[in-house]
Design a protein around this ligand. Structure first.
Ligand SMILES: Cc1ncc(COP(=O)(O)O)c(C=O)c1O
Length: 425
């Protein structure tokens, strides 16, 4: 069993003193990492099934990305890319366009920034001031993105918000309308037309509907196949833009480069970040030439498309393609689902196992199906002591988002530790 060592304790104490805002739910002080394994400053090793919150899809310490960043560092660390040009960010933008089929890109440094750019673009393009987002959604914590976010309500209450109306996501395991799929005819989506457009925000005032293809922070909620198609129909018929937040679900995590591809839906604007930088801060907002036609200077930043992030991002995307990480995510995801399914038979606390590719959530429940909030925390803590990094989502969901390069043996080892952790709670 891993115990926090002296060095970890010292750093945690100092961390707490100077950076009080950060959550730090788990006492892990990392030092270095390789593949799917993370090492702490006291020499303990951990199998990482969280991939630094779905960032390290390519695995840790990827030589190709390291070499690309180092080579760029030797040449030039930074240029004023918003005033001059450079080939590296142009190559990255071209690559993103080729991989997604979109024509225009705005580069930034984080998920929230990619969302802010998408919101501004939609407001600018439609000249409307309102948006629709979903309960349990997470889109970031800057003020615009926070207006869309609904999964962390307690963080919102002190801050001014843009005009955003929230509505039900298709959380079928706990249907907010008390209906059952497929008999429900996904009534959660039709509420937008039946109620929201009539009583809260008219289509003429709605710039966009913003949606996560699979809700991440809100609890790894996978909507039924028609959900996004219906949203798209509503957007098209009412001349409203559809913004897909692929920040957690993109980068081949679900098998496809963009999770929306699994639903056969093309959003008007897409936000990407996390995994596309391979660990280097990078965000991207993508759209068509028609929509992203704002004049230069309407939106800009200092570090978006900076040389190091662009070099890292380009190498990451090339690595993802050359190693067929999409196929790997689908194959390993099926295997992990099967293993989790086997555990479900033995452990009724595992109320629901859901996901796509290697974006899988396990909802832990009490006997009466209430969320097993404390047991979820305990399981994660015990798993960490056993050498497995897991992270929570929603009220009582454990997310399984390992690097896409994970091996079957590592999945098996992770399952052993997870089961042991479950047995002890
Ligand atoms: C779907 C989604 N959107 C936006 C964000 C915000 O990204 P960042 O923390 O880089 O600002 C996150 C972060 O978890 C996310 O999961």
């Amino acid at each position: 069993m891993r115990r926090i060592g002296d060095r970890s304790q010292d750093i945690l104490r100092r961390d707490d003193k100077v950076m009080p805002l950060l959550t730090r739910s788990f006492e892990l002080v990392v030092d270095h990492a390789e593949g799917s394994t993370v090492y702490d400053v006291d020499g303990n090793s951990y199998l990482d099934f969280a991939a630094s919150v779905a960032v390290m899809n390519i695995g840790y310490n990827c030589k190709k990305v390291k070499d690309a960043v180092c080579a760029q560092m030797e040449k030039m660390v930074h240029c004023a890319f918003s005033d001059f040009s450079a080939e590296m960010p142009v190559k990255l933008a071209e690559k993103l366009c080729r991989m997604t089929g979109y024509e225009k890109v705005f580069l930034s440094n984080s998920g929230a920034e990619a969302v802010e750019a998408a919101m501004k673009l939609a407001f600018w393009r439609t000249r409307r001031k309102g948006m629709i987002a979903f309960y349990q959604a997470f889109h970031g914590r800057t003020l615009g993105a926070l207006s869309l976010t609904s999964s962390k309500v307690r963080h919102k209450e002190y801050f001014p918000s843009l005009p955003v109306v929230h509505t039900h996501y298709a959380y079928c395991y706990r249907c907010p309308l008390n209906l059952e799929y497929p008999g429900c005819s996904i009534a959660c989506v039709s509420e937008i037309e039946r109620i929201i457009f009539k009583r809260e925000l008219s289509p003429a005032d709605t710039a966009a509907i913003v949606v996560e293809p699979i809700q991440g922070e809100g609890g790894f909620i996978v909507p039924p196949p028609e959900f996004h198609k219906e949203l798209k129909r509503i957007c098209t018929e009412n001349d409203v833009l559809l913004i897909a937040d692929e920040i957690q679900s993109g980068g081949f995590r679900t098998g496809k480069f963009m999770a929306m591809e699994n639903f056969d839906v093309r959003a008007d604007i897409v936000c990407m970040s996390k995994s596309i930088g391979g660990g280097v801060p990078l965000g991207a907002t993508l759209s068509s030439s028609e929509i992203m036609s704002w004049p230069p200077g309407t939106h800009a930043n200092t570090f978006g498309g900076n040389l190091l992030a662009a070099a890292g991002g380009l190498a990451t995307l090339e690595f993802m393609e050359s190693k067929k990480l999409g196929e790997k995510a689908a194959e390993k995801g099926r295997y992990l689902m099967k293993r989790l399914g086997e555990l479900t038979e033995k452990h009724p606390i595992m109320g629901d196992v859901r996901g796509m590719g290697l974006m899988i959530g396990v909802e832990l429940v009490e006997e009466n199906k209430d969320p097993a909030v404390e047991k979820c925390k305990m399981t994660i803590k015990r798993a960490l002591e056993g050498g497995l990094i897991l992270l929570p989502a929603g009220d009582s969901v454990i997310r399984f988002v390992p690097p896409l390069i994970i091996s079957k043996d590592e999945i098996d080892r992770g399952m052993e530790i997870f089961e042991h952790a479950l047995k002890g709670i």
